[in-house]
Design a protein around this ligand. Sequence first.
Ligand code: ADP
Length: 365
Amino acid sequence: MNELVNLEILTKTFDGLPVGVGIFHIPDLENIRDIRYVYMNKVVLYEMKKSKEEVFGKSILEVAPEAYEHPGGLMVLETYKKVAAEGGEVNLGLVEYSNHMVAGTYECSVHQIQKHYVYVMLRNVTELEKAKNDLEIKNQELNQFAMIASHDLKEPLNSLSGVIQLFRSEYEEKLDDQANELLSFMSQANKRMLSVINDILDYGRLGQGKELTTIDCSEVMEVIKQDFTAKLSETNTTLQVGELPIIKGYKTEVRLLFQNLISNAIKFRRPDVAPIVKVSVEQKNGWTFAVQDNGIGIAEEHKDKIFNIFKRLHSEFEYEGSGVGLAHCKKIVDLHKGKILVESEQGVGSTFYFTIPEDLASADL
Ligand code: ADP
């Protein structure tokens, strides 16, 4: 310590922190029954509903004996002992406390200060966790609402299609060119609306009731190549696929993911440049896949928005599509607890990257 720092300054600093900080002394590194509170900042004392006089210098056994009475509490105390002995830090993740002083969910990490001493950082995330759960429920409700509404909307649209057809056949001779043209517009608008509704239904169904399986990505790519044979030759596209791994995931969704990205890579080609599409993978953050093209590219300001449903950068006349492809991709990658992003340069090409955790089965789905 230098002459500018004293205990009062340090105490005030720690008491002002928005997270809980507590220092523990573990005199006997073989035994967890004599762990002592050295210092707890205001946040921890508030959560414990105790004054510093009741805590500082006391043993946990005196102040909170129930910590020794359940496996969760013992695990935390064992961690204090281990870190005090071996050094480093341990992130305990979310810890549930429920004793007479503290109740709720805390994010907790333990760090060695020096041998026999650790400090613990605590953040009360009870409200946050509850909000997350509520949000999840609301999302499910919203999804259900969209599914029911879309499903019910199909019925009148199908009837309208039928009525248009009937009207056409009944009155064919009596209709002039203008009336026929107007009927065609109606029919096209009707078809577009049905196709948007089908897109919404597909989006909502992604990942529902699916099971994790082992997927050989090379096999998936073979199927896609077959399906795309005509498109590849029509557009003079070279599709280069590197060695791909066997992963854990949702098979139909993974196929759809590759298919959408490759289909876009071909669709958004430069008019005078034959498309070259490269699919590769790297073992980084689990598996990091890349689908690279030499197409028109995407402007910086649009890079995040294109993953939103129905977001398109071009008119139907320039490039056909409905703007759900990448929203599907994003949802599929989210289902796999991964991330998707794009790097791109306009007029040069784009690379879409997505990650899939290596051991998805234990990735907290
Ligand atoms: P769609 O292809 O039906 O328009 P997507 O959701 O698949 O919808 O893509 C959204 C938008 O992102 C596209 O309209 C396009 O502007 C842009 N985009 C997607 N992939 C590429 C790509 N490989 N190269 C350039 N632009 C792309």
